[in-house]
Structure formats: structure tokens, C-alpha cells
Design a protein around this ligand. Sequence first.
Ligand code: GLC
Length: 635
Amino acid sequence: MITKYTHGKPVPTEAVTAVLPSQSPDSFPFACEWENGKFRFTFPMADGDIVYGLGEAPRGINKRGWVYESYCSDDPFHTETKSSLYAAHNFILLSGSRTFGVFVDFPARVRWDIGYTKADTAVITIDGADFDIYVLTDGAPRDIIRAFRRAIGKSYLPPLWAFGYQQSRWSYPDAATVDSVIEGHNAAGIPLDCVYLDIDYMERYKDFTVNADAFPDFAAYVKEKRAQGIHLIPIIDAGVKKEDGYSVYEEGRANGYFCKKEDGSDFEAGVWPGMCRFPDFLNPEVRRWFGEKYKTLTDCGIDGFWNDMNEPALFYSAEGIEKALDEAASLKGENLDLSRFFHLKDVFMGLSNAQEDYARIYHNIGGTLVNHQRVHNLYGASMTKAAGEYFQRAFGEGKILMFSRASYIGAHRSAGIWFGDNHSWWSHILLNLKMLPAANMCGFLYCGADLGGFNENATRDLVLRFLALGVFTPLMRNHAALGTRDQEGYRFENPADFRDVVQVRYRLVPYLYDTFVKARENDDLIFRPLSLDYPDDKIARECETQLMLGEECMIAPVYEQNVSGRTVYLPEDMTFVKLSGERVTKQPLAKGLHYIDVALNEVPLFIKKGKSIPLCRPAMRTGELDLSSVETLCS
Ligand code: GLC
């Protein structure tokens, strides 16, 4: 059962598609209070209760013991002490002594103190007075998740080729480099479906332009790559370069399509191209206009995109720079003591994504100017919606690959997400794993992390272990930052190991695609914490390093360096399968703890007793998969 409680006049977020009557907050089932214009509600948590949810967020599958904040943030350090990442996914589920779900539909800040201040109490603080809260009760945790997912509408459906292996880097700046990446994979026998075009494919970082020196005949080039079975996936950034004569800028300015400042002038801030203006995606007319711009690229044969910097990320504003430079000038020649030096340092470090700058932004919502801070978490989601609405109009469902960095629940109907700028850290394999079921609960089925890690240098073994998890994630993309060590599989010694791992993905594409479609149709999860399936099993309930996949499997990636395997917990008898290229080894294992050996070129998988999954022969492209070669891999 879902009950909707409304207070004030909420900004429409379109997160929930089900039409539900609003109850007065007087009958709200949790203890609540108002403080300084903020609404706060609390509920007790018994020992052993688990709190799931919050989608793309730091820390564990069980969110207890930390404080989270829904505030889409461009933060490339995903350490466990952070409270926010790029998304605002305001759904939680308590399971244990009681079972219920809560969705806070509110697009500004929400603070989730899940036992941080008091271990046995959850305190949720909403930074405003206009919101809807949905409370879901009755049924097992999975029933509640399904009811929530039904209420928020069907998840985005990607094309089948989006389940192929994808290679990215900031950047492959020109056709010759893209060709060398494809050739590198071909020569090493590593299957590949997509190559990414990061910001350098554009002409001076201007959205919907292509650098003609780097790609002299872009449409012909895209066509040539498609003939080789490769999709090129360009990035689109939220900020539009301020440049006279640049049509997107000129049209946006002439029509009043950019976000404003309080005085009605356009808001500006610096991003990759220097000064930018920011389309007011919260306005449907602007969405329509911006969405149509993707046509520039789809007309060239492009059928996949990633939307970035849409929290929105702001490197600096003229106001911020001026203040910082004044501050620096006033200190010139001074002997800076501790407090004055660190103050100066903080002034410059605080230039990016400054709260003062966000507070300067205004949106036009139904003719009313609304301050950005009231709707911050809708910005990236609305950019994605702009593109999604256009793709739906122009191509229908399931034709275009798209995922976004910033998101809010509701955007799951238009696109997938990737988990942003992670690091080449071993701990980020597990962070990736823990986000998967939480993202699924919030509707984001097509998702994945930068495999191998984005920031800093990766090692060969890290990339292989990361890929062995990525084999199962709908988005399987290897991506790395500018200036970091090359991490395409063929760049490392013995690339055959990378071939063996990526081939496993291709062997599993029929199964993974089918599992995806079923989860979408049934408003269900692809990835589940073990605790959802084995609620009475203490070890399963506390397990944060393994996941159930579909109805048939369990996954348990190796996540540490210099180990030959890992300890795994089987909540029931299962068959341990090791897949490597075309090789399959099987070993029945009894319920309980086991140490499993897994070589760097092997992908571990567990199949439940009595279950089986399809396995096809590998191919270099998803389009070349021979479905008549499908055999059954039985437990
Ligand atoms: C952002 C994105 C990253 C991309 C980079 C350059 O940091 O998150 O994926 O490579 O911008 O466009």
C-alpha cells in the first residue's frame, strides 16, 4: 500500500507517475517536527534492522551508521566520509522488526541521518515546507520495492548493443586515435561495441559541434565505424559556451532559454569552454529546444550519448573569481600565518560548485522565477529528460543509448546513469557493487561504474578484477581520466586475459539482456542484496560483498590485490562456475563458507541448484552473436 502525504505546494518533479490522492500530513505515521522552516521526521531502528536505498550514494548496502545528503554534487573523491555523490535518490526501505519504504519527493536538500547521531534512530530532515512523502507498507521488502517501482514508472530500455563492451577515455580526440583503439581491441581479440568521444571531439567544447580537423567528414566516419560494428558515443555537457555567432548560444539567448539571475540577466559560470550559460531544462519549452539539438548528431548516425556536468558543475563564476583575486591582492606581500594562509587557500579551493553561485541561479517554472537551491536536484534529471523526450519522439523506445551523471528518480524512465568519477582504487570495486541494488531500487537499471577506475593510475590486475564485476553490470564501460595511465585491455601485458574476461560478457549477453528486460517488465531488481532472498540467514543479511543476480545466480567478485581468490558465502547449495573465454569449469558447493580460487582471467559465478542460464558463443560484436549457438549452463 502506498500513502501520499502532501505539505504545502510541492514543485512538480514528475518522479511518480501513479496518480494517488494526497493525505493530510496530520495523519503522517512517523514522529515529526518543524525547526527553522525544515520538516524533520524520525523513526526508531531495532537491532538487526537494515536500511536499504538512497541509490547512488556512498558507503554500504545497509545505510545504517552514517549521514547522507541528497544534493547532486560534482565531487570526484568518492571516499566513505562523503555524504553526497552526483545523484539524489530519495527512497529508503527499512527491513527487520518492521518493513516499510519511504520516498521523499522533494528536489532540494534532504538529510538522512540513519543512526549517525543516535544509533537506534533515523532522522530525516527536509530543507523546506513544500513536499510529498510516500510511505509504502505491507508485504516483504521486495514487494515494497516493486510497488514503489510501479509507482515511478517503467525504467529506460537501452538497445541490445548497449550490453556490449564499451571503451572510453578522456579523450580519444580524433579519428586516428579512435581507429587505433578499435584496431587495438581487434588485434587482441577483445570484443568491443562502443568507443566514446569525450569533450575533445567538439570544437572548443561547444555542445553539438564536431572539430572538423579531428573528424573531417564526421557523418561518413560514423557510418564507416558502424559498418565495423562500432557505435561512437559523444558526450554532451550541460553548459553552453558563451560565444557570439555560436548558434546554440545565440538561440538560447534570443529566446530567453538560459537560467537567469535575480535581475533577469542570464546566469553565467565557467566550465570546460570558459564562460557558459545554462539551459533552463526545468522549462518544457527549453527541453524541447535542447532535445532537438541532439538531432545534429543523430543525423550523422550517432545513436548513443552520455550527458555530463549536469549537477550542474560550475568551475567558477566571475563574481567568485573577483572576490578571490581581491582577497589575494589584499594579502600581497603579507606574512601569512596559519589562519590567513588557509583562509586564502579555502577561498580558491571553494571557487568550484560554490553555494553562492548556485544561489544566484533562477529557473522559470510555469512563469514564476524559482531559485535554483529549491530545485537543485532536478537540473541533471531535466537535461536527461530533454534528450529522452526527443529520442522518444524521433526514434521510439529502445533505440538510443543514453546515461547521465546527475539524476533524480523519474530520470530512470529516460536514461541510465553511470556512477561518475571514481578512482582506480580496489575499494571502488566494492563501492560499485554496493550501489547496484540501491540504484535498481530507485528505478535505475541501466547503470555501471567506470571500470578500472577513472581517476589516477590503474594496475593491470585492478582493471581485470574490475572488469570481472563489470561483466555483469548492464553498462560495461572502461573509462579513465586525462593524464592517467592507459587502461585499455590491449595496452597491458598479456592482453589475452582481457579477451578472456570480455568474451565472458558476450557469452552472457542473452542472459543479461533477458534478465534486464524481465526486471524492467516486472518493476523488479536485477541485483539484490542476499538479505532480500535469505532474510533469516544472519550471514546473508550482513553480506556486503556479494549480490544475487536475476533468479538464477549469485555474483562474488574478487576485490583485493595480490590474492588468488576470496572467501564466499553460499546461503544454499550452488554450483560454482568459472568462466574464461570459452572455457567453463563447474564445481558443486554446499551451503556455507568457502575459499574460491579465481585467476585474473576468470569470472566467478554461482548458479542456484536446479537453475540454468543460457550461454552463447562469444563474438567480437553483439551484432555478430549467434543465438543458435546458445547452450544451457546448468547448475
Ligand atoms: C567529467 C566526467 C568524466 C569525463 C570528464 C571530461 O569529469 O565525469 O567522465 O571524462 O568530465 O569530460
